[in-house]
Design a protein around this ligand. Structure first.
Ligand SMILES: O=c1ccn([C@@H]2O[C@H](COP(=O)(O)OP(=O)(O)O[C@H]3O[C@H](CO)[C@@H](O)[C@H](O)[C@H]3O)[C@@H](O)[C@H]2O)c(=O)[nH]1
Ligand SMILES: O=C(O)[C@H](O)COP(=O)(O)O
Length: 302
């Protein structure tokens, strides 16, 4: 793990723009932003990335927002900001419709053209466009690298490289227990990562929030840990989900990890029991049906 960290941990400043553009050559890059009810922030993400990375620097060839079942104005805001926007449910509808972030990312493979895909969350509030060149650095300069993960400091956290609640209480312990070669990843759940298109198309993709951890595990298993690199992107802040919603995220991540351990599961949904005060003030159980479907590798369907 220490060896991997030493070999494959970078800083976004390690590459200059000219160097990256020269390394890019004819390689095409898609920036994909999965977005569920992000009308408040998606416009800023799209506008800044389009202006800086596509129009000024020509480092990105398309900015694509996958609207993931939004009920607000995400679609219109993203389109007005200059993104190509697709509704996840309308992409290859004959393949069926699932809910979730991973579904939006899986479906993106059918509407993007880049040799390399950079994923970025739509709910970023403290970030900058250098995230994208930072993530592209290892992919454009090292042909052995298949997947690049961002890491960052989170303003307000007690320790500079603390992850969020699911990262520290679920993902990191799972990695320690079941997937120790991945323990060098500082932010294993970061939504900012980049992957070669051909590689992503070979991966089975959980439709919910386990997409990040699954991609790391499956890349390590199929290509070795040296196919993964990580890049320090500086600071990043995002909006926070309520604790009970993170219970569903944690259930999805545990399910995908379990499927990749020596055990496996066959359910499409798992009932997660959570407790809220009832009218009498006593704890009342709420069963949340957490979807845990996986999409097969996209390659045979492309
Ligand atoms: O059904 C959904 C839910 C979320 N999103 C989008 O996915 C991104 C991240 O979602 P968010 O709910 O903000 O996730 P976080 O609570 O921030 O979760 C962190 O941890 C997750 C688990 O690894 C990662 O998927 C996230 O990218 C990472 O930011 C945002 O653009 C969302 O709009 C969708 O597209 N569809
Ligand atoms: O990354 C995580 O662990 C989850 O998204 C939760 O993050 P938060 O505790 O910062 O909301």
């Amino acid at each position: 793990m220490a060896d991997w960290s030493a070999r494959h941990t970078h800083h976004w400043r390690d590459w200059g723009l000219e160097e990256l553009l020269a390394a890019k050559g004819a390689t095409t890059v898609s920036l994909v932003v999965p977005a569920h009810n992000e009308a408040a922030t998606v416009g800023d993400v799209v506008t800044r990335c389009r202006e800086v990375l596509l129009e000024t620097a020509a480092l990105v060839d398309e900015v694509v927002v996958i609207d993931s079942d939004s009920t607000d104005a995400t679609y219109e805001v993203a389109a007005d900001a200059g993104a190509v926007v697709h509704r996840a449910a309308e992409v290859r509808p004959e393949l069926g419709v699932q809910r979730g972030k991973g579904e939006a990312m899986w479906k993106s493979q059918f509407v993007t053209t880049g040799d390399v895909t950079v994923f970025m969350d739509a709910d970023l509030v403290d970030w900058d466009t250098h995230f994208v060149p930072g993530l592209l650095g290892p992919l454009l300069t090292d042909p052995a690298v298949q997947l690049v993960k961002g890491f960052y400091q989170r303003p307000g956290a007690e320790g500079p490289y603390e992850g969020g609640r699911v990262t520290e209480l679920v993902a990191r312990p799972l990695i320690a227990l079941l997937f120790p070669p991945l323990a060098g990843l500082v932010q294993p759940l970061a939504g900012e990562w980049a992957v070669r298109r051909d590689h992503f198309a070979q991966l089975s993709v959980p439709s919910g929030y386990a997409v990040e951890l699954a991609a790391l595990i499956d890349t390590w298993r199929t290509c070795g840990v040296d196919a993964i690199a990580q890049v320090d992107l500086g600071r990043r802040a995002h909006s926070h989900q309520p604790l009970l919603d993170l219970g569903a995220m944690a259930t999805q991540i545990l399910t995908a990890a379990w499927a990749r351990s020596t055990h496996s599961h066959h359910a499409e949904a798992i009932a997660l029991h959570q407790y809220l005060p009832g009218p009498d003030g006593a704890p009342h159980s709420r069963a949340v049906e957490v979807p845990v479907v996986e999409r097969p590798p996209a390659a045979p369907l492309l």
